[in-house]
Design a binder for this molecule. Structure first.
Ligand code: GDP
Ligand code: MG
Length: 273
């Protein structure tokens, strides 16, 4: 569990970043013509098993009493994540939709986001007006990020169990997501990871963008996460948040097994979600 001092520092850090953002983006703000009236679309990306579905469940538990919410999950072949969230009972089941990508999960959140946009828009039409739609990426590796055409803001999630050096390995999600979460801090003593050092490494890699040490079992860190989302929603509503692209995925290639198939043969391994 993160100590009280690092929680306080992290809270101040999160606030400072959101307070600074309007000045940093004055130029971009000048080009904005209207305040978005639709829900904030918040993407949650990160490697398999780092806790993305758990973060969605936590956010629904924390915020569904005050915000109108819906969820879209992305799995390669199943609707496992959607079923997990439905069984968690954190939102009415019909507000949780699964997109089965059937192929590289990068593609569905980055290159051709139409299936995800359809799911988000269907939910908004059926249950709107909504305040917040959470979109979980199919679990993959360190390189997947959301297109700003799909996600207004995005979290990237890594965990202490992946090792203390993950934060130093970089990648667009770690360096450029709106918020980096270092998850499962309760496990740090068991995997011999120094959470404060991992947060410091990540902060350095992110050039001042915020980092949150989180455990679903630590109410202080959970409250910080919920607060970050509330503030992001305020910024979205006031038109002062500018969706940014953390950057493209690492170069990788797809070779088609035959010309008219949706099947892909990959030269890298996807490990489900
Ligand atoms: N100890 C601990 N386990 C967690 C935490 N968050 C998630 N987990 C566990 O990590 C596993 C993977 O979580 P999940 O949310 O399915 O990860 P995803 O594949 O990224 O969606 C599950 O067994 C969760 O219960 C946490 O904060 N602490
Ligand atoms: Mg998941």
């Amino acid at each position: 569990m993160p100590d009280q001092q690092s929680n306080q520092q992290s809270e101040q850090h999160l606030d400072r970043h959101l307070d600074q953002q309007p000045e940093q983006h004055l130029d971009q703000r000048a080009h904005q013509h209207s305040r978005p009236s639709r829900a904030l679309r918040l993407g949650v990306a990160g490697p398999v098993g780092t806790g993305k579905s758990s973060i969605l469940a936590t956010l629904c538990r924390e915020l569904a009493g005050e915000l109108a919410m819906a969820v879209v999950t992305n799995d390669i072949y199943t609707d496992e994540d959607a079923r997990f969230l439905r069984s968690a009972g954190v939102l009415p089941t019909e507000r949780i939709r699964a997109v089965e990508t059937g192929a590289c999960p990068h593609t569905a959140i980055r290159d051709d986001v139409s299936a995800n946009l359809d799911a988000v828009e269907d939910l908004e039409e059926a249950y709107g007006p909504l305040d917040l739609v959470l979109v979980e990426s199919g679990g993959d590796n360190l390189t997947a990020t959301f297109s700003p055409a799909l996600a207004d803001a995005q979290l990237f999630c890594i965990d202490v169990a992946g090792g203390g050096d993950v934060a130093r390995k970089g990648g667009p999600g770690i360096t450029g997501a709106d918020l980096l979460i270092i998850n499962k801090t309760d496990l740090a003593p068991y995997v011999e990871v120094d959470v404060a050092a991992m947060v410091a490494d990540a902060s350095q890699a992110r050039d001042g963008l915020p980092v949150l040490a989180l455990s679903k079992n630590d109410p202080v860190s959970v409250a910080e996460l919920a607060d970050w989302v509330r503030k992001m929603l305020e910024r979205h509503r006031s038109g002062t948040h500018v969706p940014t692209d953390p950057g493209p995925m690492a170069p990788h290639s797809h070779s088609h097994s035959h010309s008219h198939s949706r099947d892909h043969v990959h030269d890298h391994v996807h490990d489900g979600s």
